[in-house]
Structure formats: C-alpha cells, structure tokens
Design a protein around this ligand. Structure first.
Ligand code: NAP
Length: 248
C-alpha cells in the first residue's frame, strides 16, 4: 500500500516511524518546507508544495498513491482542504489526524476568538506586553498595531509585515512549565496569544499563564472539510491505515 503522509507534526513523524518498521507499506512523507532545519521523519521524504488541489491530485496519480493521511498541523487549513478535494476527485481514502484541542481548566482566563484577525482586534484592547506564540505563520495579522508590545516566539523569524513594537525570541519547544513561568516573569508578560494547537508539546505556557493569572487569547481552529475520516491519535490512525490495507 502506497501512502502519502502530509506531515510537519510530531504525530506525522511518529506515524512514519511506525510504518517504516512494517512490511507492505510504502510511505512518502511530505513537508511544506517552511522550517529551515526541519526534524525529518523516517523513510522517504519530499519537500515543497504540490501546486494546489489539482497539483496534489496529479501527484497522487503519478505516484500511484492508495491512501492519503493528512497529519498536518490543526491550523494548516489550506493543505487540509486541498487534500480533501484531491482525494475526493480520485476517490481515494483520506484520514485526517488532528489532535484534540485544549480544554480550559479551573483558574484559566481564556478569551476564545475565531481566527487571527479577531485575535489582533481583541489584543489591541487587552494586553500591554504580549507573548505571541502562534509560530512564524500568521504574525502579519498583527501588523499595523502600534500597541501592545509583542514578544514574538517562533522557530524561524516571521516574514514581514510585523507589529510596530516587538522583540523576536527564536526558540524551539518543548518548553517546561518552569521555562514558561520564568519567561512570563522576566518579560513582564500580561497576556498570551496562542492557537488552539492541542497536545502536550506546547501546553506548558497555558499552565504557567493559569498560575500567574494571565489571560490567554485562544485562537480557534479552522473547520475540517466535510466527509473526512477524523482521527485523534497516532494509534487510532495506524489502526485505520491497517484496516484500509486489509480491505484492499
Ligand atoms: P497551509 O496554509 O495549510 O498550506 C499552505 C500551502 O503550503 C499549501 O497549499 C501547500 O502548497 C503547502 N503545504 C502545506 N503543508 C504541506 C505539506 N505537508 N506538504 C507539502 N506542501 C504543503 O499550511 P501552513 O499552515 O502553511 O503549514 C505548513 C506546514 O507546517 C504544514 O505541513 C504543517 O503541518 C506545518 N505546521 C503548521 C503550523 C501552523 O500553525 N499552521 C504549525 C506547526 C507546523 P501547495 O498548494 O503548493 O500544495
């Protein structure tokens, strides 16, 4: 069974690792090529866009793919929509692995917003010193704001335009609660802005914000395209893949 694994996440790397030890599966992992020094998955890897839904459909045909697993980040809405369109056009099975989002706990002060634009609108009225921890993509939604001051944390520098007042902190998680607490105190952060990415790799900032009584602007995920098989964990996804292989 030939599988295209759309990746760029820890879950995708775990799936590639599992599949590389199994007979009967040929997996090609695909990365967008955004990160300069990506952590590479096991097995065959290709890097770069396909050229929209049509380009992806052509690629799937040319590479005789039997199944697509979309294990991209929950906020990678365009590639997820393209994968749904391309798989549907070829009548190929598609599994969307998307880890569950975070749930607020007692003591959390979250302001949920539907998207980046709403986060930028909200933050203009809420914070003075903001930890912007949404990755390098989407920072331009905050461009044009003259206040607040942002500490922008990302693995690689974001592309301009950027907010008027900011400092850049280049860092790759995971971070511990102690790291995050230290950062909030050291930088006198009064608000955190994050995407609802889910998972435990980047959740320490939420624990630290809760303990410090700091509000979190939580950006909701883009919608999942209809008609897609949704899974929440690597194990569940691998089960589905194996079930698909048995059904062939
Ligand atoms: P996106 O907005 O959904 O995709 C934009 C374009 O990038 C797509 O149309 C596609 O180009 C290309 N692309 C995206 N993922 C790809 C993949 N795995 N393989 C090949 N091409 C891909 O995606 P994004 O938000 O820019 O995210 C890009 C990558 O970074 C994803 O793989 C995602 O898993 C990872 N990532 C994203 C975030 C985030 O917050 N968005 C966080 C962590 C990791 P074509 O149309 O030319 O095919």
């Amino acid at each position: 069974m030939r599988i295209l694994l759309l990746g760029g996440t820890r879950e995708a790397r775990e799936l590639a690792q599992i599949a590389s030890g199994e007979r009967g599966f040929e997996i090609v992992s695909s990365l967008a090529g955004r990160v300069r020094e990506p952590v590479l998955p096991a097995g065959e890897v290709r890097v770069g866009g396909f050229g929209g839904a049509e380009g992806l459909r052509d690629w799937l045909l040319a590479h005789r793919i039997d199944l697509v697993v979309d294990a991209t980040h929950p906020f990678a809405g365009t590639i997820t929509a393209n994968a749904a369109a391309a798989a549907s056009a070829l009548d190929l099975p598609l599994i969307r692995l998307s880890r569950p989002g975070w749930t607020a706990e007692p003591g959390d002060n979250w302001i949920r917003v539907p998207d980046l634009a709403a986060a930028a609108e909200t933050i203009a009225d809420v914070g003075e010193r903001v930890l912007l921890t949404i990755g390098r993509q989407g920072v331009s939604a905050f461009a044009g704001l003259t206040r607040p001051w942002f500490l922008i944390r990302a693995i690689d520098p974001p592309d301009p335009p950027l907010p008027a007042r900011y400092e850049l902190l280049l860092a790759r998680g995971p971070f511990t609660v102690a790291d995050e607490t230290d950062l909030l105190v050291r930088e006198c952060i009064d608000t955190v802005v994050t995407k609802d990415s889910g998972g435990d790799l980047t959740s320490a900032k939420l624990t630290a914000a809760r303990a410090a009584g700091i509000p979190v602007v939580m950006i909701d995920r883009p919608p999942t395209p209809p008609g897609v098989v949704l899974t929440a964990t690597v194990a569940e996804t691998w089960e589905r893949v194996c079930a698909g292989a048995c059904g062939r």
